[in-house]
Design a protein around this ligand. Structure first.
Ligand SMILES: C[S@@+](CC[C@H](N)C(=O)[O-])C[C@H]1O[C@@H](n2cnc3c(N)ncnc32)[C@H](O)[C@@H]1O
Length: 386
């Protein structure tokens, strides 16, 4: 689409009018960013910032492509609380000297919650988690949990949950996501299968919600393990150029950090207990390169789990003992089991009753030290629990 002159001004006017009638009392505290036309969504996206800080994205207003009205906005409640939070942290910054104060995580005990992460995580305060490690649903790869109308809807859903992760994660801490492209099988002989490059779209989502890219680790599965060998069959037989399709044997482990102007050294210096840093040191052998060779996980209960060995590496490298590890797509609870083994706390959210039940069973069995674990059902799930 060719953007007409004056369109950004018009988009801003529509957004301002909306702020006027929906965010009374906050109007003078919000600044609009530059409207940008999104070719994918076919609408205008206008970022919102608090007036004093243009680096802090607090929401977005989407205006339709022919500039007639609002299509969608960030939830009002969230925009308000982000502005309030920003103001509060500014006023406390003036009172306390941040350079001297230590960082204390929120004292939240181990939790497993049956619910939708997009809702559940709204109930938790900032600084709840010191690491997020997760593997989101791989779009519509497995019919068992394919629930998205299309890829755009899927990415919007993932972005919403990444935003929630960002707001509960402590400053400068890590968000690690296991994901890979997925194969969408052909529907007939006249069509071809497609690989959807999810990790590459995730990068944009993660940056937009306020993370900064750190590393791309390749999880390599050993020869023969979990391979989709059918993919290279045609080429193997015919050997004609253009038909070449390698068999995928890797997944990504994407490493991001909650954006801050502080160095990692700041996270180490601010930690409230230097003994815990010492106890969390990774001694002996470690992965020197970004290729990690690990066998895939298998479960009779769940079609897409990651192995404990992967969760253990991530937790060891990117958290300290006693930190809280959040997994918003909990599945069978692999992240929690590894956190338990490594003396970290955990917060797991899962929206499927059968996986929640299994995770609960698994954790009760693994909890040899009888640590406190709260099992909870989020309010909106109370009605349809079996
Ligand atoms: C790839 S699996 C994670 C498996 C997990 N890493 C394991 O090892 O067991 C993704 C999980 O996210 C869950 N899920 C999907 N949407 C969700 C949502 N909105 N809130 C919470 N969980 C969700 C699915 O039911 C599925 O179990």
């Amino acid at each position: 689409m060719r953007v007409k002159e004056g369109s950004t001004k018009k988009a801003k006017q529509i957004a301002l009018k909306w702020i006027d009638s929906n965010l009374k009392g906050y109007k003078t505290k919000i600044k609009l960013g530059l409207p940008e036309y999104d070719d994918r969504l076919k609408n205008w996206r206008i970022p919102l910032f608090p007036i004093q800080d243009k680096t802090l994205l607090i929401g977005e207003i989407k205006v339709d492509y022919n500039l007639k009205g609002i299509v969608e906005t960030t939830e009002l409640k969230l925009v308000r609380s982000r502005i309030d939070k920003n103001n509060n942290s500014r006023s406390t910054q003036k009172l306390k000297s941040p350079s001297k104060s230590k960082f204390y995580p929120a004292p939240i005990s181990n939790k497993v919650i049956l619910g939708d992460s997009a809702k559940v995580l709204e109930d938790f305060p900032p600084d709840t988690a010191q690491l997020v490690f997760t593997s989101p649903p791989y779009y519509n790869a497995k019919p068992e949990y394919s629930e998205y109308v299309d890829y755009v809807e899927y990415l919007d859903f993932i972005k919403k949950i990444f935003k929630r992760c960002h707001s509960v994660l402590s400053e400068g801490r890590f968000m690690v996501v296991n994901i890979s492209p997925v194969l969408i099988r052909r529907t007939s002989r006249k069509t071809s299968s497609r690989r959807v490059p999810i990790p590459f779209d995730y990068h944009r989502l993660l940056v937009e919600v306020g993370f900064e890219f750190i590393d791309d680790i390749i999880w390599q599965k050993p020869e023969g393990a979990g391979w989709n060998v059918g993919r290279g069959r045609r080429f193997k037989a015919d050997r004609k150029p253009l038909q070449y399709k390698p068999v995928p044997v890797t997944e990504y482990v994407l490493v991001y950090r909650k954006k801050t102007d502080k160095l990692i050294d700041w996270n180490l210096r601010k930690h409230h207990n230097l003994d815990l840093i010492e106890e969390s040191k990774i001694l002996g052998e470690y992965d020197v390169t970004n290729i990690w060779k690990i066998h895939p996980g298998h479960s009779k209960i769940h079609p897409a789990i990651f192995p404990e060995a992967l969760a253990e590496k991530v937790i060891r490298y990117y958290s300290f003992k006693d930190d809280l590890v959040l997994d918003p797509f909990g599945g069978t609870g692999t992240t929690a089991i590894s956190a338990l083994n490594l003396n970290r706390r955990f917060l797991m959210v899962e929206n499927e009753q059968k996986y929640y039940n299994y995770m609960k069973e698994r954790l009760i069995k693994a909890n040899e030290e009888n640590l406190r674990i709260d099992f909870d059902i989020h309010e909106e799930f109370n009605n349809h629990v079996e």
